[in-house]
Design a protein around this ligand. Structure first.
Ligand code: S3P
Length: 171
């Protein structure tokens, strides 16, 4: 059986847009982990962070990762912080073909300039927040064996690269 594809990477690296394109092309279902969390929690991501705190959000996230066990034929867009828990990375690499999307802080800032839905970037200067969060997480993203630099690439071009390496592995 073919594996699903799981996209990880910092906020604004294009996981959701690329995931939807891949799902359409490969005829697989698309799952956005954040959407599942919102559905289960019955509130938005900013509301979870504000009312319950980040640690509760991370528990929701961990539970969704556990529930992906046994899911095949899915394209999954994870939340940017999923790599903070090493158990998530271990489990996700077992569940599917793991790909990390990367981008420079400048690209991320351009893509998220008008975004208001990411609580971790909501307070203070957005560029500073992106730079400092990315600095603390860079080693976790770098540890994923398959990384794709998305700067200057359209979501379709990123999907092309992932599709090529996925099909190469499954040919
Ligand atoms: C987060 C990324 C978000 C979302 C939450 C926390 C993070 O997902 O899960 O706001 O810690 O990087 P996206 O990467 O889809 O923006």
């Amino acid at each position: 059986m073919k594996q699903g594809i799981i996209l990880v990477g910092f906020m604004g690296t294009g996981k959701t847009s690329v995931g939807k394109i891949l799902a359409k092309r490969l005829g697989m279902r698309f799952i956005d982990m954040d959407d599942l969390i919102v559905e289960r929690a019955g509130k938005s991501i900013p509301e979870i962070f504000e009312q319950d705190g980040e640690s509760v959000f991370r528990e929701w996230e961990r539970n969704v990762v556990l529930d992906l066990e046994g899911c095949h034929d899915f394209i999954v867009a994870t939340g940017g912080g999923v790599v903070l828990n090493p158990d998530n990375v271990r489990d996700l690499s077992r569940h599917g073909f793991l790909v990390c999307l990367t981008a420079t802080p400048k690209t991320i800032l351009e893509r998220l300039r008008n975004d208001t839905g990411r609580p971790l970037l909501a307070k203070g200067d957005k560029e500073d927040r992106i730079r400092s969060l990315l600095a603390t997480r860079q080693h976790l993203y770098n540890a994923i064996p398959r990384c794709i630099k998305t700067d200057g690439l359209s979501a379709h071009a990123v999907a092309d690269q992932i599709q090529a390496s996925y099909e190469h592995k499954h040919s």
